[in-house]
Design a protein around this ligand. Structure first.
Ligand code: GDP
Length: 419
């Protein structure tokens, strides 16, 4: 039957081995150590009308068929009448680095005659994930925190070439303070380059006009030049014009690429001149994965949490029995404060340990390099010595030369006398 509205169903858990390059094995070093040990976990949500290429893009992103899901419902079968939330997880593996990837899909979004409240199940889902986290934080034993919060929401904009539609704006307005919004232009191969440039500008104008906040990578002052450039290149492409495909095709010049074939040519998914797919992937699972998680935790979740606590205080004040207990409230606030301090302290400890470990690794590496250089020099000298000795022996055992010949030969080619 039809999936219940707003139900979180785990549709499948699979262990996948990646065939090609994804990128999270190359996360910047400072976050690498901790994460390599624990493995990464990342939750992405995809939103957009059906047929915009959400499943295809997710599969393209992670280079895996994570998404066998939808069997298309036969026409006589009734389609769900509300937005359903589905989530699937997979452990994917790249060079021994583990990533637990959760993808939250929202089939049904925008697919109805009346889409006025399409955003609501999505908001509910995001908030219930916040609640689950909050509940864990309030537990006495907080050693095994499970973070199922949504770290990024990829919102698929129809490739109309016009501007955002009311449903897009409504969705983003309702969601932008609860999740990192990453707008993408779906199926951008259906637009020309010029259309994409103009469309992007109109989308950005709409977003600015409605005071919608989309995810922007923070730029830190002490960033190295290469990283700076990478960040700038990524943010210049927002909203990413993406093309998804999981089939490999042959280009006219004989390469095998992931792409889409047209009578007039081939669109290559992994070619930055053809679309922004590479930049989106870079942002999600390389350059900004940690920032997306941090912003979710430090800003979006924090805002939700403090609003929730305030609301609880307010309802207390207005309750029929006026059961406000200032002492209890203070105690609660203090314990929250203490929890925050503990959390901060732990984080600082972790960072410190990480830094020490990094330094150690670096020192160890330079030590090894020195040894290697030493060995190389010693071997080279030894080789030279043997060669010289060999030449000397040949000279001594060879036919006697006249003194002039010897001096001529040695002048010309060192000791190597071949005839
Ligand atoms: P979903 O319903 O949003 O998950 O969409 P699907 O991923 O199932 O894709 C719907 C259809 O669009 C399929 O036939 C895909 O092959 C096609 N499709 C997916 N991505 C693209 C794209 O980037 N460009 C074009 N032209 N078609 C695409």
């Amino acid at each position: 039957g039809a999936p219940a509205a707003d139900a979180s169903t785990v549709a499948g858990l699979a262990r996948k081995k990646l065939m090609g390059y994804v990128g999270f094995a190359n996360l910047p070093n400072q976050v690498h150590r901790k994460s390599v040990r624990k493995g990464f976990s990342f939750t992405a949500m995809v939103v957009g009308e059906s047929g915009l290429g959400k499943s295809t893009l997710i599969n393209t992103l992670f280079n895996t068929t994570l998404y066998p899901r939808k069997q298309v419902a036969p026409p006589h079968q009734e389609r769900p009448k509300t937005v359903a939330i589905e989530s699937i997880s997979a452990d994917i593996d790249e060079n021994g680095v583990r990533l637990r990837l959760n993808v939250v899909d929202t089939p049904g979004f925008g697919d109805f005659v009346n889409n006025d409240e399409s955003w609501k199940p999505v908001v509910d889902n995001i908030e219930s994930r916040f609640d689950a986290y909050l509940e864990q934080e309030n537990r006495v034993n907080r050693t095994k925190m499970q973070d199922n919060r949504v770290h990024a929401c990829i919102y698929f904009v129809q490739p109309t070439g016009h501007s955002l539609r009311p449903i897009d704006i409504e969705f983003m307005r309702r969601l932008h303070q609860k999740v990192n919004l990453i707008p993408v232009i779906a199926k951008s191969d259906t637009l020309t380059d010029e259309e994409i440039v103009a469309f992007k500008q109109r989308i950005l104008n709409d977003i600015a006009y409605h005071n919608i906040e989309i995810f922007h990578a923070p730029i830190y002052e002490n960033e190295d030049e290469e990283t700076m450039l990478e960040i700038q290149e990524i943010s210049a492409k927002v909203p990413f014009a993406v093309v998804g495909s999981n089939t490999e095709i042959d280009t006219p010049d004989g390469r095998r690429v992931r792409g889409r074939a047209y009578p007039w040519g081939v669109i290559e998914v992994d070619n930055e001149e053809h679309c922004d797919f590479v930049k989106l992937r870079q942002m999600l699972i390389h350059t900004h994965m940690e920032e997306l998680k941090e912003h979710t935790n430090n800003v979006l979740y924090e805002k939700y949490r403090s609003e929730k606590l305030t609301a609880m205080g307010v309802t207390q004040d207005h309750s029929v029995f006026k059961e406000v207990n200032p002492a209890a409230k203070m105690a609660e606030e203090r314990s929250l404060h203490e929890a925050r301090l503990r959390k901060m302290e732990n984080e600082m400890k972790l960072v410190f340990q990480q830094k020490v470990a990094e330094k150690e690794a670096k020192l160890k590496q330079s030590e090894e390099e020195l040894y290697a250089r030493h060995r190389e020099m010693r071997d080279a000298l030894e080789k030279q010595r043997l060669e010289l000795e060999d030449k000397r022996r040949r000279l001594e055992s060879g036919r006697p030369l006249t003194p002039e010949k010897v001096s001529q030969a040695t002048k010309k080619k060192g000791f190597s006398l071949r005839n």
